[in-house]
Design a binder for this molecule. Structure first.
Ligand code: 8Y4
Length: 277
């Protein structure tokens, strides 16, 4: 058993765990802190939990390609009430999808159990704030920034560059006292990467594992699925399952997904076959 402590809950990362995506950005279904939106977030949470998610990833900043920046105040108003509401009603790990030190600090006070930073704690104060929470972190690789990252993704060797960045960020966390079990690494599918880059990273995920960190993967409905299948975003569920099944076979333990039920069924079969019981 590889049990990792996520705030007030523990999860066994020797079996696959599903992180359900809860967007609280206006370009999804959300546009502020009104009651109906909070209600909607709780409804989505309840549904994802009943379908088999063990982590809910709450994000108030859109990091989709080309998205524009959100002010700290706006991010705070979107994210913190949702974290508090979920933790007061459900026994679940809440993940903070944020790069802001202040959101990490406030979110942890409201009971969040994981910091998921697509900027791998590179923003001012983020590393110290994350360390101070005592929570595990997911460090993700991105080339460039969301505004421009898909303009011209460029690597001399994508796999080596992503891995050395992630290991360097992990080292920075460990230098401040974080344990390796508290560090999850993520190659950042779609973040400044072409289709070929994404395919190569997924096919080499096992090499990240060989450094002793758990791996989180998030290919859900992303454009790499659309490019392979020539499918619009609503028609990418089965393709996503294929990408995530490959990631499981390479050793990934946490799957960041929109469609929880199909992932629960797929991962349960893959895991039971691997265990042979
Ligand atoms: C359709 C739906 C098309 C969603 C694109 C998207 C990751 C992540 C995101 C990831 C980790 C997204 C916050 C991008 N992706 N965190 N966050 N790993 N750890 N785009 O891959 O979902 S947001």
């Amino acid at each position: 058993m590889a049990v990792t402590i996520f705030g007030d809950k523990s999860l066994d990362l020797s079996r696959p765990q599903i992180m359900g995506i809860l967007n609280v950005t206006p370009d999804s279904f959300f546009d502020g802190g009104s009651f109906s939106n909070l209600d909607d977030a709780l409804f989505q949470t309840q549904k994802m939990l009943s379908e088999g998610a063990s982590i809910i990833d709450v994000g108030g900043e859109s990091t989709r390609p080309g998205a524009s920046a959100v002010s700290l105040e706006e991010e705070m108003n979107r994210v913190i009430p949702v974290v508090a509401a979920i933790k007061s009603r459900f026994d679940v790990v809440v993940s903070l999808d944020t790069s802001s030190a202040q959101i990490m600090t406030e979110g942890a006070k409201q009971g969040a159990g994981l910091i998921n930073d697509v900027r791998a704690l590179t923003r001012d104060g983020a590393l110290d704030a994350a360390i101070a929470t005592g929570l595990p972190v997911c460090l993700m690789h991105m080339q460039g920034n969301p505004e421009s990252m898909q303009a011209n993704p460029n690597y001399s060797a994508v796999y080596n560059e992503v891995l050395s960045f992630l290991l360097e960020r992990a080292k920075a966390c460990q230098a401040l006292g974080m344990k390796s079990e508290q560090i999850l690494l993520d190659p950042g599918i779609g973040f400044g990467k072409t289709l070929e880059h994404n395919l190569e990273l997924l096919n080499n995920l096992d090499q990240i594992l060989s450094h002793g960190f758990e791996v989180l993967i998030g290919a859900s409905r992303k454009s790499m699925i659309g490019q392979v299948l020539n499918a619009e975003v609503q028609d990418r569920v089965f393709g996503t399952l294929g990408a995530h099944a490959a990631a499981f076979a390479k050793g990934a333990s946490i799957f960041r997904v929109h469609d929880v039920k199909p992932h629960y069924d797929m991962l349960e079969l893959m895991y039971r076959i691997k265990r042979e019981k």
